[in-house]
Design a protein. Structure first.
Length: 125
């Protein structure tokens, strides 16, 4: 019989990695106990990430550019992750907003909490 995991505040990187792994197993569940567990994990993971990261208050595109600089990435590296160089160029030049797929992929790739990439920002014109 599978014993249901018990979750507490995440205090270590190992616990964080376990929570992420479990979340990825149940991220598509929309009802029942596993859905409740997923919602709890989102809260616990976000709380842990917020305690680690002291992120500047900038718009999501600037946040991406900062992290690209931190890791030495170029737009072509983002295009490899997302799959479309033209769209990446448009996003980085404020011609097109970030999509949900981009937010998910760039959050993982750039080691950013998704909340840093979902903030509203203006596109010129």
């Amino acid at each position: 019989m599978n014993e249901k995991p018990q979750w507490f505040l995440i205090e270590t990187e190992q616990e964080y990695n376990q929570a992420i792994a479990r979340y990825e197993q149940i991220e598509d569940v929309t009802t029942g106990e596993e859905h409740k567990e997923k919602l709890l994990l989102v809260h616990l993971i976000e709380n842990y990430e917020n305690s680690l990261w002291d992120l500047p208050e900038v718009n999501p595109v600037e946040m991406i550019k900062i992290r690209m600089d931190d890791f030495g990435y170029k737009a072509s590296d983002l295009a490899e992750v997302y799959g479309d160089k033209g769209t990446i160029s448009k996003v980085l030049n404020y011609k097109q907003p970030l999509s949900l797929t981009m937010i998910r992929k760039f959050s993982k790739f750039l080691h950013l909490p998704p909340s840093a990439l979902v903030k509203e920002y203006d596109l010129p014109g």
